[in-house]
Design a protein around this ligand. Structure first.
Ligand SMILES: Cc1cc2nc3c(=O)[nH]c(=O)nc-3n(C[C@H](O)[C@H](O)[C@H](O)COP(=O)(O)O)c2cc1C
Length: 188
C-alpha cells in the first residue's frame, strides 16, 4: 500500500520575517503528490548542556520524536558568518545525543537556504553537509537550492515570487522523495 512521504521542515531562523522560514512555507506548497511538508519551530530550545542530554528539555524530546516520525528532513538554513546559525546547530546537537540515541541517524535529507547575499548560503550548506557525515544523514546532492539576493525573490508578505526558485524547490523535493523511497521502500 502506498504511504504518504512525510517531510519535516526545519528553518534555522527565528526571525519573524525570515526568508528561510518563508522559503519553508513555500516548500510546503510545492511538494510533489504523495508527499507532505510539516514544520518544526526551533524557538524555546535552550543552549545545549551535556549534563542534561539524558533528561533533555521537553522541546528537545518533541524534536527527537518529530524527527523520528518523519520519513525525511528538509533543512532550510540561513548563513551566519559563513556557517550554520547557532540556533540550528544547537538543535542538531541536542537531537544527536546521548551518544547512540541520535534522532538523525540514517535519515534522508535535503538542504536549501536563503541569504540576502550573492552566494545564497553556499558556505553554510557545505558545513551542514559536513555534519551529516558524522550524523549519518543522507543528503540529496542536487539540485543545490541556494537562494541568493533573497529580498528580490519574496514579496512584502513573505511569499516566494521567483518562479525559477520555485522550480528548484520542486526539483529538490522530488529528489528527496525519490531518495527516501529508494532508502525506505515502505515510504512509497
Ligand atoms: C549574525 C549574522 C551573520 C550573517 N552572516 C552572513 C553570511 O555569512 N553570509 C550571508 O550571505 N549573509 C549573512 N547574514 C545576512 C543574512 O543572509 C540575512 O540576515 C538573512 O535575512 C538571514 O536569514 P533569515 O531572513 O531567514 O533570518 C548574516 C546575518 C546575521 C544576523
Amino acid at each position: 500500500m502506498n504511504k504518504q512521504t512525510k517531510i519535516l521542515g526545519i528553518s534555522g531562523s527565528l526571525r519573524r520575517e525570515s526568508y528561510n522560514s518563508a522559503a519553508l512555507r513555500a516548500a510546503a506548497g510545492l511538494a510533489p503528490e504523495g508527499a507532505i511538508v510539516e514544520t518544526f519551530e526551533l524557538d524555546d530550545i535552550p543552549a545545549f548542556n551535556q549534563d542534561e542530554e539524558s533528561n533533555p528539555p521537553a522541546k528537545v524530546t518533541e524534536l527527537k520524536r518529530r524527527v523520528r516520525e518523519a520519513d525525511a528532513i528538509l533543512f532550510v538554513t540561513p548563513e551566519y558568518n559563513y556557517s550554520v546559525p547557532g540556533v540550528l546547530k544547537n538543535a542538531i546537537d541536542w537531537a544527536s545525543r546521548p551518544y547512540g540515541d541520535s534522532a538523525w541517524n540514517g535519515k534522508p535529507a535535503a538542504i536549501m537556504g536563503a541569504s540576502v547575499g550573492a552566494l545564497g548560503t553556499a558556505r553554510a550548506q557545505y558545513h551542514l553537509r559536513q555534519m551529516f557525515v558524522f550524523l549519518n544523514v543522507f543528503a540529496v546532492n542536487q539540485p543545490e537550492v541556494m537562494i541568493s539576493n533573497a529580498a528580490q525573490r519574496f514579496d512584502a508578505e513573505g511569499n516566494l515570487t521567483d518562479e525559477t526558485t520555485k522550480d528548484y524547490i520542486r526539483q529538490l523535493l522530488r529528489s528527496l522523495v525519490d531518495l527516501t523511497q529508494r532508502m525506505r521502500p515502505d515510504a512509497k
